[in-house]
Design a protein around this ligand. Structure first.
Ligand SMILES: NC(=O)c1ccc[n+]([C@@H]2O[C@H](COP(=O)([O-])OP(=O)(O)OC[C@H]3O[C@@H](n4cnc5c(N)ncnc54)[C@H](OP(=O)(O)O)[C@@H]3O)[C@@H](O)[C@H]2O)c1
Length: 262
C-alpha cells in the first residue's frame, strides 16, 4: 500500500526512525535517510537508501539539502521529521546549554525544513510533512523541560499550519507519540519502579509504530495519537497533576542546601 512513494526520514540510526526506514524500504519506497553522522552498518544493510549526513540543528545544512533535492528533481512527497533527543536539563539547577540543545534538535530541527519547503512553488501532487511530536506536549516531565517545551511548541506550529495550508499541496500532519520501546532517555532512575513498570506496559514496539505512522501518512488527518492505549495513561497523569499539586512535578530535595518553600 505504501510502495512507490518517496520519503525522507530524519534520525534513522535507531528507534522509530530506523523502524520507518526498514518499513519503507521493505515496501519498495525510495528512501532518503538524514542522519547527523555516518552509520556504516546501516548504510551497508540498505544499499538502495540514499544516506545524507546532515545535522538538523543547522538551518544551512538543511536548506542546502532541500536545494540539492529540488535541483535534481528528487524532492520526496513525504517528509517524516523524526529526529529528536531527550535529556535532563532541570534537576539540581536549570541547565541552559542542555535545554538549548534539546530545543535546537526537537523544534528547530523540524522548523529548518519548513521554511524552504513553504518557499517552493506549489507542486502538482500533495507533499506531506509529518512531525513526530509527543504526548509529553500535554503532560511533560519537569526534569526534561526542553523536551516538553520543544514538543509543545512543535505541536502548536503544526496545529496552525495544518489549518492554514488545508486544501493546498502542503499537508501538515503530526504524530502524538506515547511511549515506544527505544533508547531515547527515559529517566527511569528518577521515578518510582511502579511508574516505570506502567510506562513499559503501555509502550509500543518501534516496528508497529512505524506501520501506524506509514498508514497515517496515507491520510490527510492532522493528528495521530499512538499507541492509543497510552492516551488514558496521560489523561490520568494530567488529572492527578491538576488535583494533587506536586504530583509528577519534581521537587527540590530537602538536604542542607535545599531551597525552602516560602
Ligand atoms: N520513544 C518514545 O517513547 C517517544 C515518545 C514520544 C515521542 N518520541 C519521539 O520520537 C522521535 C524518535 O525518537 P526515538 O524514540 O526513536 O529515539 P532514538 O532511538 O534516540 O532516535 C533518535 C534519532 O534522532 C537522531 N538525531 C538526534 N539528533 C539529531 C540531529 N541533530 N540531526 C540528525 N539526527 C539526529 C539520532 O541520531 P544519533 O544516533 O546520531 O543520536 C537518532 O537517529 C523523537 O522525536 C522523539 O522525541 C519518542
Amino acid at each position: 500500500m505504501t510502495s512507490g512513494r518517496s520519503v525522507l526520514i530524519t534520525g534513522t540510526s535507531s528507534g522509530v526512525g530506523r523502524a520507518l526506514l526498514e518499513h519503507y524500504t521493505r515496501n519498495g519506497s525510495k528512501v532518503i535517510s538524514v542522519n547527523r553522522r555516518r552509520v556504516p552498518e546501516l548504510e551497508s544493510a540498505y544499499p538502495s537508501v540514499r544516506f545524507e549526513c546532515v545535522d538538523v540543528r543547522s538551518d544551512e545544512e538543511v536548506e542546502m539539502l532541500i536545494q540539492r533535492l529540488t535541483e535534481s528533481a528528487e524532492l520526496p512527497e513525504l517528509f517524516i521529521l523524526n529526529a529528536g533527543i531527550n535529556c535532563v536539563d532541570n534537576d539540581e539547577s536549570f541547565q541552559l546549554a542542555a535545554y538549548r540543545e534539546v530545543v535546537d534538535t526537537n523544534l528547530f530541527g523540524v522548523l529548518h525544513f519548513i521554511q524552504p519547503l513553504t518557499e517552493l512553488p506549489p507542486s502538482e501532487s500533495p507533499r506531506r510533512l509529518i512531525a513526530i511530536s509527543s504526548l509529553a506536549s500535554y503532560v511533560g516531565n519537569p526534569y526534561g523541560l526542553g523536551y516538553t517545551t520543544s514538543k509543545r511548541a512543535l505541536t502548536e506550529c503544526f496545529d496552525a499550519w495544518s489549518k492554514m495550508y488545508r486544501g493546498t499541496d502542503l499537508v501538515f500532519q503530526q504524530v502524538m507519540l506515547g511511549p515506544v520501546d527505544t533508547a531515547i532517555y527515559t529517566m527511569a532512575d528518577r521515578f518510582p519502579t511502579w511508574m516505570v513498570r506502567i510506562k513499559n506496559a503501555f509502550s509500543a514496539p518501534p516496528a508497529a509504530t512505524a506501520r501506524a505512522i506509514a498508514l497515517f501518512g496515507l491520510t490527510r488527518r492532522p493528528k495521530l495519537f499512538y499507541p492509543w492505549r497510552a492516551v488514558p495513561l496521560y489523561l490520568g497523569m494530567w488529572l492527578f497533576r491538576s488535583l494533587l499539586p506536586g504530583f509528577f512535578q519534581g521537587r527540590k530535595t530537602l538536604d542542607g542546601r535545599a531551597r525552602r518553600s516560602t
